[in-house]
Design a protein. Structure first.
Length: 178
């Protein structure tokens, strides 16, 4: 499976393969961005609000284990200054998940699991970053968009989602793990 590195290459692969799998993945990602509303339209301007940094954003591609194509719009967080607050967000290893599953089975406990689609976009970001929308944004092409949600690729997005998830667990009277 050849994974494209650019949108142009994704469309070229579709043409060569006689399908629209990469184009469909791009369309799905842009529709989800539209649904989550992670940007604030600042119009066609050169001046950014105080404290904002202009960054580059792009689409990255991957192929899921079942063959589905995945496109993800990411921000160039490496272009922003490191945030003053923590950006750490723990990750569960496959070994830990297996151990928890085994222990819950052994002790007759109910185990619930979920996958949060576009997880980071559930949380707001504290980073002040903006980018100029490309042609894939249709009528917003050329507009400066301020990033308001924890876009993939920003330095603190993992930590912001972790905070949002912990708050949500508390709201439903569940204790989050640290």
């Amino acid at each position: 499976m050849q994974i494209p590195r650019t949108v142009k290459e994704a469309y070229a692969l579709d043409a060569a393969n006689g399908d629209t799998k990469w184009a469909d993945a791009i369309k799905t990602e842009l529709l989800q961005l539209n649904e989550y509303k992670p940007f604030i339209d600042h119009g066609v301007v050169k001046l950014l609000p105080l404290g904002y940094k202009m960054i580059r954003c792009h689409i990255i591609f991957d192929c899921k284990e079942d063959g589905r194509r995945k496109a993800r719009f990411v921000g160039g967080g490496h272009l922003t200054a490191p945030p003053k607050d923590s950006v750490y967000s723990s990750v569960a290893s496959l070994r830990l998940i297996r151990l928890v599953t085994f222990l819950s089975q052994l002790n007759g406990l109910e185990l619930c699991a979920a996958d949060v689609g576009n997880a980071y976009l559930e949380a707001y970001t504290k980073e002040k970053a903006a980018f100029v929308a490309g042609k894939e944004f249709g009528p917003l092409a050329g507009h400066t968009l301020l990033i308001s949600k924890a876009l993939y690729g920003l330095r603190s997005s993992g930590a912001r989602f972790h905070d949002k998830f912990a708050d949500t667990l508390c709201d439903i009277q569940r204790d989050p793990c640290p």
